[in-house]
Design a protein around this ligand. Structure first.
Ligand code: SF4
Ligand code: SF4
Length: 144
């Protein structure tokens, strides 16, 4: 059977009593998943947040996410946290030079800026630079 690689960028919110536990180690050890932490803000006795790319087979990925949820961690796709106001965006391209994951990129055929939500890591860079405030992020990393 072929095990296709599956990868998603997800946002984790840790309640205060789970922060500091070796969840990431367990994801690798128990479910053979690999992860790349893109943002993290974990403080003892406070809710913690993390954005990471989690990869493995689809079945292991789903088991790993279920494991996290069973530990009381809220798991949501990072892409859910960012949106673009299509009416406001004037396709100036300013954000494409900053976007680290190329979720925002210039479409050379249409000469417009495409937004691929699935690649977004919710880093907030485009929100800061957009002159018309077309990009919005639900969680502001500065307030984590
Ligand atoms: S900087 Fe703002 S207006 Fe310009 S392309 Fe990006 S989202 Fe659109
Ligand atoms: S928040 Fe904006 S700059 Fe950051 S990855 Fe997502 S689209 Fe790109």
């Amino acid at each position: 059977m072929i095990n296709h690689e599956y990868s998603r960028i997800i946002s984790l919110s840790f309640p205060p009593d789970t922060s500091g536990q070796p969840m990431m180690y367990n994801l690798a050890k128990l479910f053979d998943l690999t992860f790349n932490i893109l943002q993290a803000n974990i403080n003892p006795r406070r809710e913690g947040h993390m954005i990471l790319e989690l990869s493995g087979t689809r079945e292991r990925y789903q088991r790993g996410v279920t494991y996290l949820q069973e530990q009381g961690i809220r798991v949501t796709p990072a892409a859910n946290q960012i949106s673009r106001n299509e009416d406001s965006c004037m396709h100036c391209g300013l954000c494409t030079s900053l976007c680290p994951s190329k979720a925002l990129h210039l479409n050379h055929e249409t000469r417009r800026v495409d937004f691929d939500q699935n690649k977004c890591t919710a880093c907030n860079m485009c929100v800061t630079i957009c002159p018309v405030r077309a990009m919005t992020v639900e969680i502001d990393p500065l307030t984590w």
